[in-house]
Design a protein around this ligand. Sequence first.
Ligand code: TPP
Length: 285
Amino acid sequence: MLSDEDVRALRRDALEIRVLTIDMIGHLGKGHIGGSLSIIEILTLLYRTVMKVNPSDPNWPERDRFVLSKGHAGPALYAALAYHGYFPVEWLHTLNEGGTQLPSHADMTRTPGIDMTAGSLGQGLSAAVGIALANQIDGKERKTYCIIGDGESNEGQIWEAGMSASQFHLKDLIAFTDYNKMQLDGWMTDVMNVEDLNAKWLAFGWFVQRVDGHDFRQLDFAIERARKEQCRPSMIIMDTVKGKGLPMAENNPANHSMSYGSTEASQVISRLRAREARLEEVENG
Ligand SMILES: Cc1ncc(C[n+]2csc(CCOP(=O)(O)OP(=O)(O)O)c2C)c(N)n1
């Protein structure tokens, strides 16, 4: 269980990772900001306390594995990896430039710490199933974590992976749905509704939990329970806000890929820092 101090430390990490993400895309001038900002808290928690990884040896064979199936949110993952020392923070300003190690979509052949290439939606969960199955066959306790999108869940392959994972009793597979209720060109309910997600994953034989995806305590508790599961894969459905922390993006159906520059980024970052400082002041009395 997380202490108040743990939560404060996680919040500070999340602020830095969110700041790096906003700054990186502002520096480039355009990018997948919406779906990056909705997964900052889960990435923060995974890389700070949950996953068994070693940033100075990204290919350590015994590490837990992570697949960002919604690979267009690469910038959020790059920010988390850079923050944890997988590569220099300066690389972030090369996002999507010619010859970069950080292409817009996650690429395992380019970036230290990326376990699976993704971007063609629907495929990452199948890769995660394969990785978890291989670990199970090898008798390894290594966990496989995977984040999928709600829009991505319109892909039939997601559900094929879902069936396979329960068929093979992949208890060490823990997946998250980033349920921000939006996809590329609008609200899920207008484009292709995926409700009832809880009932669907349950019907596919998974252990299903539903949490606020920006609340560290709820996320941590759900992961703890998922890790204790003895025979089923886990799906943690995270209610999130697409564009969380960037006022022009939150609740804006056009927030999938947005254009803004360094000046706007700096203004938002100052406001985010001021808000966190006020919060800490209140907490410290
Ligand atoms: C197979 C495939 N079809 C279409 C796309 C184009 N595309 C990129 S992101 C996206 C929307 C994804 O929505 P979601 O998974 O909810 O991501 P989020 O809204 O969280 O960014 C689409 C349709 C793609 N990358 N791959």
